[in-house]
Design a protein around this ligand. Structure first.
Ligand SMILES: O=C(O)CCC(=O)C(=O)O
Ligand SMILES: [Fe+2]
Length: 359
């Protein structure tokens, strides 16, 4: 059996139903089951990103080019401080590979439920097809089915949960995972330069580049304003790189007290700072709350690749950044951090706030 995540037992319970099946039933009856109805959806104002350029756009080809690097690194730093999110363009991931993984994932979710259940998440497990963060039979549920897999390091993969249908799925995820790990290593390096710490400081923390992917399938819902695809949360990782599999929008991020609807530029990856990076940078970079909303007519599919800290590492503010000030967060080990994150019920920034010192 693979190590890493499989050793972490979580207290999720079985949701007992696929949201796709619920969506199909609602489609004919019009009744949304009470467990999916979210009152908060009506109250929250949403700001739209009209042209996709309000959210900072970072160009990886400029980061790499000595002529523009300095300027682009400064932009990257501001994006991580002011927004905690940015769109990454010219990231260099092969277009053919992107198309292949998109096709494979779409095909997987189109399979009959029984076939998807071949890789179902087992009791107290994390990997596989199913749901996360369900703790009780009473709580509200997210309008999403997911496939969660540990992708790196390679020797910690548990292939029992990797779909064999479509037959190209495993190969494309393997290649995609490597490409994303390489992009994130470059970003960590430029972030280190921006922070004024050793170039290897962040890469050292994310040693071995642990990576998990959460592939989200949000079925359409005619009463989309009553349900929520993914509850407000922060990501308990270093950095997340999100690929939109189809061109349906739905990601919203917390900005100055409102929800800001991200307009994903074609071909761009949406990158966000996770809790671990906020802690390492002693709060300089921000891990921002985000959520996913549902489209009334179209399914939406995304792949979030999480670049995590290894369970064996220590999560705390980087010593080099503390020369001038006090640590604002507790230092905890990777296991304690990850267990705490998964126990915190995906409630906004609650877990991260609990690690803050002096508040
Ligand atoms: O699907 C999205 O837009 C957001 C996904 C996400 O935030 C996550 O999987 O953590
Ligand atoms: Fe997320």
């Amino acid at each position: 059996m693979a190590g890493g995540l499989d050793e972490l037992k979580v207290e999720f319970i079985d949701q007992d139903e696929s949201v796709q099946v619920v969506a199909d039933t609602v489609g004919s009856s019009g009744e949304i089951p009470e467990r999916y109805v979210r009152a908060e959806m009506e109250a929250d104002p949403v700001i739209n990103d009209a042209d996709g350029h309000s959210l900072p756009v970072i160009d990886l080809s400029r980061l790499i080019n000595p002529e523009f690097s300095k300027e682009e690194i400064a932009k990257l730093g501001s994006a991580c401080e002011d927004w905690g999110f940015f769109q990454l363009v010219n990231h260099g991931v092969d277009g053919g590979l992107l198309q292949q993984i998109k096709d494979d994932i779409t095909e997987f979710f189109r399979l009959p439920l029984q076939e998807k259940m071949a890789v179902a998440i087992p009791p107290n497990g994390l990997q596989g097809f199913g749901h996360h963060f369900v703790f009780s039979k009473e709580q509200k549920l997210d309008w999403v089915d997911l496939l969660f897999l540990s992708t790196r390091p390679i020797d910690e993969r548990n292939m029992d949960f990797w779909p064999t249908n479509p037959p190209t799925f495993r190969g494309s995820l393997d290649k995609y995972s490597l490409e994303i790990a390489n992009v994130s290593a470059k970003l960590f390096k430029f972030m280190a330069i921006n922070l004024g710490v050793d170039e290897e400081a962040l890469l050292g923390t994310f040693k071995g580049q642990p990576q998990n992917v959460r592939i989200n399938h949000y079925p359409p819902c005619r009463q989309a304003d009553k349900v929520l695809g993914l509850s407000p949360h922060t990501d308990g990782v270093g950095m997340t790189l999100l690929l939109q599999v189809n061109d349906v929008q739905g990601l919203q991020i917390r900005k100055d007290g409102s929800w800001f609807a991200v307009k994903n530029l074609p071909g761009a990856l949406v990158v966000n700072v996770g809790d671990v990076l906020e802690i390492l940078t002693n709060g300089k970079y921000k891990s921002i709350e985000h959520r996913a909303v549902i489209n009334p007519d179209k399914e939406r599919i995304t792949i979030a690749a999480f670049q995590s800290a290894p369970l064996s590492c220590t999560v705390g503010p980087l010593q080099e950044l503390l020369m001038k000030g006090e640590a604002c967060y507790k230092t905890v080990d990777g296991v304690e951090f990850t267990k705490g994150y998964f126990a915190a019920k995906l409630e906004g920034r609650r877990f991260l706030e609990s690690l803050k010192l002096g508040v």
